[in-house]
Design a protein around this ligand. Structure first.
Ligand code: SF4
Length: 313
């Protein structure tokens, strides 16, 4: 069982936290409810922060020539500058934050599915897009996990978000703790298969960086390593990448298995590859044998338990 870090996450205040929506209500979301106790939460409601009351008239995002604007059609209020300036000031103050969990469809917080209009009066629909605050978040924190509760209904997106959330938190804690190259090597080893599943190319690049690191420039190496780590895990791995990683891990235990056990594992992997089975099954197989053979190297791999099991829903 891994000791998980407590991720620091910025959350839209209306997600299970406070009734600050335009209609004076909050949104109940089961997954968010489950996740919040595992995290250090920093709540924010950008619309309340720029002085809009609760309840309030509808706010919309509209298309400008090369950017987006925010307005309140019924009052004629133009809110773009206020929101941009709040977002910049607020985001600048954030220290060591690991992720953002925002409210979907919102003209301020939406990471997806926000209605964008052609005009500040909201007369003509233009397209689906993002909220103004979310755009600033994505711009400033390009490599951190930023999602909304709507996108997290998709199981694969949710799993990838959780994997990144706890990996980024672990990276942050380790960057603060690591004082020797051997400790960085240990961190890299524990994350080897997690990195392999996401990007073989980055895994190799990071391996070279760690191998050539010197004690005297450990801080610079750690900073570069941290950036590469965030870049490596940014994109959701394909099934093919996951299968390749599962087979690599299997290579550590296969010589101790009977033919029937091997055949069973290959069947699980094949079923996962064809979308008939969850990745959890081949993973649990590998974990069980890592425990049985007391393979410390495998037992320490974050890939086998990337986030608390209770969050797997
Ligand atoms: S979506 Fe964002 S701006 Fe709207 S109520 Fe929720 S926290 Fe506030």
């Amino acid at each position: 069982m891994r000791n998980f870090p407590k991720p620091r996450i910025v959350v839209s205040a209306c997600l299970n936290l406070k009734p600050v929506r335009y209609n004076g209500q909050e949104v109940r979301d089961e997954f968010v409810l489950k996740l919040l106790p595992y995290c250090e939460v920093l709540e924010v409601c950008p619309e309340v922060a720029i002085g809009l009351g609760v309840p309030r008239e509808r706010v919309i995002v509209y298309r400008r020539e090369n950017s987006f604007g925010l307005s309140q059609p019924s009052t004629g209020l133009e809110l773009t500058e206020k929101m941009e300036s709040f977002a910049e000031t607020f985001l600048k103050t954030l220290q060591g934050v690991d992720a953002f969990l925002l409210k979907s469809k919102s003209p301020s917080c939406g990471v997806s599915n926000t209605k964008v209009y052609r005009d500040p009066e909201g007369r003509e629909f233009h397209s689906k897009g993002r909220g103004l605050f979310a755009l600033k978040v994505l711009d400033r924190f390009e490599y951190l996990p930023v999602e909304d509760e709507g996108r997290l209904k998709d199981k694969e997106i949710r799993e990838h978000f959780l994997t990144r959330l706890f990996s980024v938190a672990e990276l942050r804690e380790n960057k603060e703790r690591i004082n020797r190259i051997s400790e960085l090597m240990d961190f890299h080893q524990r994350n080897k298969y997690l990195l392999m599943a996401h990007s073989q190319r980055k895994l190799k690049e990071m391996g070279r960086l760690v191998a050539s690191a010197k004690e005297e420039n450990l801080r610079e190496t750690l900073s570069l390593y941290g950036s590469l780590f965030l870049q490596a895990i940014r994109k959701k791995p394909s099934r093919g990448q996951q299968v390749n990683t599962l087979l690599h891990i299997f290579g550590h235990i296969s010589r101790n298995l009977k033919e029937r056990e091997k055949a069973h594992f290959f069947k699980l992997v094949e079923d996962y590859k064809r979308g008939r089975l969850d990745k959890r099954l081949p993973l649990e197989f590998l974990k069980a044998y890592a425990y049985r053979f007391e393979n410390n190297y495998l037992m320490a791999q974050t890939y086998l338990e990337p986030y608390p099991e209770e969050l797997m829903v």
